[in-house]
Design a protein around this ligand. Structure first.
Ligand SMILES: [Zn+2]
Length: 211
């Protein structure tokens, strides 16, 4: 893991800011060694290839500078605090994609649950799984958990699952009822890319006092 000092160019206020990006690690690159593919750090790979111990595999490794610039996708400008417009657009695409695929899945489950009530039980269990996945992702990124949201994400599906079990004849109502929240789900819960980036990116001050 390295901390890289690079320049963030704000598309909103046009200011160039010097920023430090922490947690930059260059992924290992594959090389061919005695007919085996081995992954090693780019520096080791270079050394082994030059010594004739391994053959390069045509994969371009990314430099720390390039990786640091990629991390700036979800950066906020140190000067004007505006979020990187490219990150905002990327996040919108992600949200739209997840919403449409979720809604499509639920739309398939409505007639499914009409014929096979098990589908009505499967949808809240799937929703519960996504809640747990979200908790795991936040923990992995070191982003604080939102208790209310987790509570709704767990209690909601459990209530729907109980309904589907109690009234199998009406189980199709479960995916149907989940369709609405899926389409209007607020974006607030999806801020973890920004929160995770904020933890890694700091404005660097040339004359910063030592602490
Ligand atoms: Zn700016």
């Amino acid at each position: 893991m390295a901390t890289v000092t690079t320049t963030y160019t704000c598309e909103v206020c046009s200011a160039d800011s010097s920023v430090r990006v922490g947690g930059v690690s260059v992924p290992d690159v594959p090389v061919s060694k005695k007919n085996h593919v081995v992954f090693m750090s780019p520096a080791n790979a270079k050394r082994e290839v030059e010594a004739g111990l391994a053959n390069p595999i045509g994969v371009k490794s990314k430099g720390v500078e390039e990786l640091a610039q990629e991390a700036l996708l979800y950066a906020a400008c140190p000067k004007c605090a505006a979020r990187n417009p490219r990150g905002v657009a990327a996040q919108k695409r992600k949200v739209l994609h997840s919403r449409l695929s979720g809604a499509l899945l639920l739309a398939i489950c409505v007639p499914g649950a009409w014929y096979f009530p098990t589908f009505g039980l499967a949808t809240p269990i799937l929703a519960l799984f996504f809640t747990l996945l979200g908790v795991y992702a936040r923990k992995a990124l070191g982003v604080p958990l939102e208790r209310a949201q987790i509570f709704i994400g767990i209690a909601g599906p459990l209530a729907f699952a109980a309904f589907a079990r109690a009234y199998p004849g009406h189980a199709w109502l479960v995916p149907f009822a989940l369709l609405g929240p899926e389409l209007i789900r607020p974006q607030a819960g999806r801020d973890f890319e920004w929160a995770a980036a904020a933890k890694r990116i700091a404005a660097s001050r040339p004359q910063a006092p030592t602490d």
